[in-house]
Design a protein. Structure first.
Length: 298
């Protein structure tokens, strides 16, 4: 199958390219040149889009401004890139006869709804988003455009709302992998499965690392996370103790990827232990923790 990845020079786009190029004819589009980009330019360039979409059967739409751009890029720029760029892609894909779009969205769209007072929020596809920033609003607007197009006979749609996967201090990143983080390689495997998923014109899935927590843990995670971690993730507790890292005192949300597991057959494999292994290998995918800097200076 011939695929086009938008945003293919970015971190997630590159992970998708590496995963999918083993099985498909993959080309990338991005405004930043790189080894995973074949078409350089903006989604607003109609001629570029037409060339890039020739013979393409499915698009993986990753290109966007993200949360770190809030405060740096204007709201108008978020609207131009995330919403108007998506609209241009949808129309070009319809004209080119593209059969499916997989859209890389974000669990950030749940906003305030993810963190109710007094307990950890339990976030799955049934939770209604309560956006806080222009990033959240623009991603939801792009989702709505894509759904409308799919229901009007355009490309079928799978939306993957992924949790955070950018490099962070290892102690933070490892703990997040239990409830609000995911490895880019696992994100890529979810996209591969979403390409082939049969069913309705559109579907939405939360994509996040496997969690050991249960809905019944929500209040305890808020009030005494270390006790819950001792019961649900004793190996992580031991590993943190060996490295002199404190456990998080509170966990404010859990992203539940159960629907992706059930309906896509998706299984994330790169858990918190992989974060520690990457740290020990000196991988640039993980940042040293403050404790690691302190030990290095002792």
């Amino acid at each position: 199958m011939k695929l086009l990845i938008t945003g293919s020079s970015g971190r997630v786009g590159r992970a998708l390219y590496v995963r999918l190029a083993r099985e498909h004819a993959v080309e990338g589009l991005d405004r930043s040149p790189s080894s995973t980009v074949h078409h350089v330019g903006e989604l607003s360039d109609a001629a570029l889009l037409a060339r890039a979409l020739e013979g393409v059967e499915a698009v993986l739409h990753v290109a966007a401004l993200h949360a770190p751009h809030v405060g740096w890029a204007s709201e108008a720029e978020f609207q131009r890139v995330n919403v108007e760029g998506t609209a241009a892609l949808v129309e070009a894909a319809r004209r080119a006869g593209v059969r499916r779009i997989v859209y890389t969205s974000s669990t950030a769209v749940y906003g305030h709804a993810a963190t109710p007072p007094g307990r950890a929020g339990w976030v799955d596809e049934s939770l209604a988003p309560e956006p806080e920033t222009i990033y959240h609003r623009s991603k939801l607007a792009a989702e709505a455009l894509l759904r409308e197009a799919s229901l009007a006979g355009g490309p079928s749609l799978r939306i993957l709302r992924m949790s955070r996967c950018f490099p962070e201090p290892a102690s933070v990143m490892a703990a997040f992998r239990l409830h609000r983080g995911v490895d880019a390689r696992d994100v890529a495997s979810a996209h591969a499965l979403a390409l082939a998923h049969a069913g309705p014109p559109h579907a939405t899935f939360v994509v996040s690392g496997a969690t050991p927590f249960l809905r019944a843990d929500a209040e305890a995670l808020w009030h005494d996370a270390p006790a819950v971690l001792a019961a649900r993730a004793p190996a992580l507790v031991a590993a943190f103790g060996a490295r002199g890292w404190p456990l998080p005192a509170r966990i404010d949300r859990v992203y539940d990827a159960g629907a992706a597991a059930r309906e896509l057959g998706w299984r994330p494999v790169h858990d918190w232990a992989e974060v520690l292994a990457q740290l020990d290998r000196g991988s640039s995918e993980v940042l040293p923790s403050l404790r690691d800097f302190t030990a290095a200076g002792d």
